[in-house]
Design a protein around this ligand. Sequence first.
Ligand code: F0G
Length: 466
Amino acid sequence: MSDAVFQQCINPACAATYDVLQTLPKCPACGDLLDVKYDWNRLPTPKRLSDFDALALPKGGLGRVSGVWRFGALLPFAPEAKRVSIGEGHTQLRCSPRVAAYAGMNPERLWLQYEGLNPSGSFKDNGMAGAFTHANMVGAKVAACASTGNTSASLAAFAAASGLMKAIIFVGSGKIAYGKLSQALDYGALTLQVLGDFDDAMARVQEVCAAKNIYLVNSVNPFRLEGQKTIMYRVLEGFGWEVPDWIVVPGGNLGNSSAFGKAFMELKELGLISRVPRIAIINAEGAPTFSKLVNGGSLAWNGGRTDNAAISAYYAGLDTRKEKAHTMASAIEINRPVNLKKCLRCIDFMRGVVRTVSDQEMLDAKAQVGLEGLGCEPASAASVAGARKLVAEGVIGRDERIACILTGHQLKDPIATVGYHSMPEKELNEKFGEYGIRTTAHRNMPVQVKNDLDDILGAIERAGTR
Ligand code: F0G
């Protein structure tokens, strides 16, 4: 690979650079996160985004079936022969008037970017195509991650489908949604259930990877984020290459939002867009680190001179109070987001806002998404619940054009969906009361009928035209 591609520390005071073929979970010089960087002047770049139209249809050949690698010119870190794909990124941007109405917006203004259509059912496959490709470039034989479930499902799927390496996954005990756990088991990954939560599993996997020279595919890995930039390219493509006003995305480890920020920084630098959308990052109320630090503590990127002491003090406070993340949206039950600093850079560049939503708000929003015939997991609906909140606050205008990212498929966590729609109130309060779920205003209760024609016809009659 030419030195037009390299890795660089995000801290401007350090800015150390490293070869693209080094495997570094963080900057060896200062410990900060790394970026993949391109000297665009020395690389072939598209003249306009519509150049990608020609690559839209899968006609065979890796570059054409991957929704990530067809944008390879915007993530040119890998030679074509090393690129790995399991057919990720064939997702869709759908106009959703019903959800727009729910969020208080005018019809045709709210769009859902449905990443549940990826082969392993979540947006993670975009990033895994990037990380796995880099792992392949450096000749890794074992890859690992800590996960709330989707990263592990994606890693396990890539390992099994490509046959290139073995997968080890670290999950916190008890909290992983069944759909996700079932994927890792089915795809043959070595599955370690750490007695602790995601933040504990994340700390342990980093130690293990360092000790055993195992390739880490969590989103501290900058090549993961390269793949996730393509979600934004597909959003732009869905809008006919027009830039929307807002991107709304759930925030957990903050990898996705950081990747989106980088995507837009580069498109702007390349002159491929003339304006940048704003971004809204939505935490769960039960895992509010980013929101607390940004809104409560005024933490900011500050040209790279981030107040590290404020972050450490916040984490020390969590430890002293023995405070753990706690939300039904298990995918984003994360209190120590590894991409926190990159995400500060993102909200600085995209004039971002950060909000929290309750589990109740997420489940109610999720039921609205379901009525679009899409279906997402609870964490994904944070984007819709967050949009609704921001419209009510007047931050997002009713007539602005927004894309809410639906990060994971509904079938990842069927217990949440079936519980919401079908549990009698008392049972629901017993099962989900700890998450503050009290009502199911948008439920679609199954109707019990006798095994009898008249009874069934009567039930249909009473239900009206449904
Ligand atoms: N939505 C879903 C469905 C997720 O699985 C995740 C993260 C997020 C949102 C948050 O994205 O971390 O980039 O801010 N899941 C990770 C995992 C942590 O292990 O699967 P983020």
